[in-house]
Design a binder for this molecule. Sequence first.
Ligand code: PMP
Length: 397
Amino acid sequence: MFEHIQRVPGDAILGLIEAFKNDPRSRKIDLGVGVYRDDKGDTPILPTVKDAERYLVEHETTKSYIGSHGAADYGDLVLSLVFGADSEVLAQQRASLTQSPGGTGALRLAADFLRTNLSPRRIWISDPTWPNHIGIFSAAGIEIKRYPYVDDQNHFVFDLMLEALRQIPEGDIVLLHACCHNPTGYDLSREQWQAVLEVLRERRLLPLIDMAYQGFGHGLDEDAYGVRLLADNLDAMIITFSCSKNFGIYNERTGAFILVAGNKEEMLNIRSQAAITARENYSNPPAHGASVVSHVLGNDALRQQWVSEVTEMRQRIRSLREQLVNALDAHGLRERFSCVLEQNGMFSYLGLSPEQVDYLRDEYGIYMVRSGRASMAGLRSEQVEDMAAALADAVKK
Ligand code: PMP
């Protein structure tokens, strides 16, 4: 029965984790996986999350199913995190949230929802993007098309992106990253979001915004600028949201599939379809991570503390970017790596060739994916000088 099934290579990032683990060099640096690390190299549980978990152990009374849309309080709290507490979209009841197993689960719901309800021909995705975008939408039978995002010189090419969006046939879907673009770290400015909005409106395109890093770029509200602008001005959009990074609950699989409609009636219609999509995939979402998020966001003191925790994570990454570029300055490479300061969030596209990435790994024990994407949070302050010296050597190759 299974004789014809071929073995496929394992995930590149998992391979990288394994190779890093087996590297005996003590000065090795892991810039591969997209998980936040503190300056000791740990991915600790946030204190607010621990508090919430203690509370839940004491007070949770049942493990019964929570329904296909998930917990209602989680839905309300996450909607106001995404759109802002005084959002018109929320006041008009145009937005629906379905709790999902992580941001990945939300993307899969989006793909299935689209295929079932709109039969879209194509989805347009930035080149490059998070590779799973391609996998998820292809698996749902939606054709993948690309729009340019960076050029060979590692510059963000917004003009080319906009030009490409202008050519997209009416009714197609456009996937945008809300902030902290994975893998490049280049984000749209406010003016650029405005320009995209105009093209989406003119061409009648459906935006799907992937929001996996709210709070990691410039701040919780700042990072939602594009999402809020589009939702305020369009009568149809999709947002896929992840709590993995900003709550540090990667393995609790907590996310949200958000639909924005033109009015409440339409929202209720598409919301009923979202429930079916969820039911057909996994019935009910996992509850624990969402209970944690609700407890933190629903309690003023804990919420404030969480905002500080997110700020600390964001500032640590920002500071590493500055430290690295300052250290590169000593090698005459400030200009060459100025992109590191322009980029936001966890990732930085360094503009390295695959050979230079291999060289860094072989010579210095510095691990990153072959596209030259570095996960900045993997760096510790004490490693910055080593990293700069290694980069200076690698770019000479
Ligand atoms: N979208 C993007 C752009 C991501 O980088 C990630 C996580 N790497 C996700 C979605 C999925 O997040 P989750 O772990 O919550 O499934």
